[in-house]
Design a protein. Sequence first.
Length: 259
Amino acid sequence: MHRSYLFLCILILLLASCSQNTRPISEKAAEKRAASAKFTVVDPATAGSIHGIIHFSGKAPAPVAIDMGMDPGCMLSNLKPNFSQQYVVNDGALANVYVYLKHGLEGNTYAVPSKPAILDQTGCRYAPHVLALMAGQTLQVRNSDPTMHNVHAQPSAPSNPQWNMSQMPKGAPIEKTFHDPEVMMPLKCNQHPWMKAYVNVAQNPFYAVSDGKGRFEISGLPPGQYILAAVHEARGEQTQAVTVDPKQDKAVDFTFDAQ
């Protein structure tokens, strides 16, 4: 009788232990499924795209030469004259314009890229001059120069705090994230007043920055009706209503002028 009672007690303890061990596993699996289910997934069979060119009308302001003589380290890293990047116009096309979907995807949540968006400091210039990434994605700021820089982010959204960090020559990268969408957030170097970049934080992965020929492309879009915005650091924002049908490659151009 004593042995039977002891065996029964051991069996009850084992069953309780198994129950305690398996419950967290089941809960974790449910949380994992819920996390994956919360992200919006675009059907590639119906996805469309938007492409276009950012035009510039009129005479563009002449680029301003940058004197980097205050820092010998900057002089050593540059082999040619440097000019301001506010207006980069080639054959009537405007570079460095941030293009994004301003409206039309409300209520959707998209997975954040695991790879960081990279902003480098090379030749005492930020490269690229205009950068875009998703909210929550890591921004990695590098220093490829043989001189010290001071990276100062100036966001305007309340949950995107300002930060100001020194970075040694060819030092370790600075990694930061921004949680709220922002348009044309300035980043500057306090030690080199000509150094300025603009970081754009998007709510979704559908954005682009126009290249040296004014071209941009946004792909993998779900069919729908959108407000597409194009933003230039000095000329402000323009918007267009755009309808993208299933599998359609929609052409949309913008024109900024010199006035």
